[in-house]
Write a protein that binds this ligand. Sequence first.
Ligand code: HEC
Length: 238
Amino acid sequence: MKTIIHRLFVTNYLLERSESNTNNNSLQVVHQALANGKTAKAVRASALAVGTALAIMTALIMTSCTPQKTEATTPALSKEALVARGAYLVTTSACHDCHSPKIMTPHGPIVDTTRMLSGHPANDPVPPVAKTDDWILFGNDFTTGAGPWGVSFAANLTPHETGTGNWSFEQFKTAIRKGKYKGLEGSRSLLPPMPWEMYRNFTDEDLLAIFTFLQSIKPIDNLVPQPIAPGDVVYASK
Ligand code: HEC
């Protein structure tokens, strides 16, 4: 209905404009405009009639709807829709960058699709860390990060028991919103470079989509190592 009313406004506006063309000196344009003007009046009269009818209809519809108080609620997404949206959000929000093991190519690391989102591979050796106070470092597949916090390992997000298999959605929300390990209140804070301070801004629905997607992917057995505390980091000798 809005569209129709909007169209009526637009029609009126255009007609007024075509009428105002009568000020133009060109005879042809005046004739054209006069012709338009006539049609304009006819159209406007019928537009008014339709408009009044619509207004009455709107009033009737609104009166009949008032007792039920219709609130515009977004319908809950189906599981398929949540999975699709979650897949989209995980891809566009770069979760794979850190959480998926990679295959090295001449152009750099690419996601190993057979181990998607399974975190830092438990059996990968952790090379000695280059000593520097000026840089923060990533392992060559981005699943490890070293800095003043020591060394952290990207978590297994797949629905295996070594990942998020036993997690509830509440846990997932606590992990992302409050930066808590395993999404448990009272557990340690998540370390960098996990950007939970940014991801905490996801809406509940987005988080549900991401969680639903993660629960739908292939479970991968991979017990990611605990982080290495700053004092225990093995540094490469120069
Ligand atoms: C820049 C790297 C990076 C990106 C991008 C990233 N993460 Fe993380 N994430 C990590 C690291 C590293 C950890 C482990 C931190 C720790 O052990 O304290 C982690 C931990 C987590 C945890 C907690 C797991 C647990 O066992 O407690 C969840 C959940 C998580 N990430 C989800 C996501 C999701 C979802 C995305 C994308 C929307 C994402 N991460 C993007 C690096 C990243």
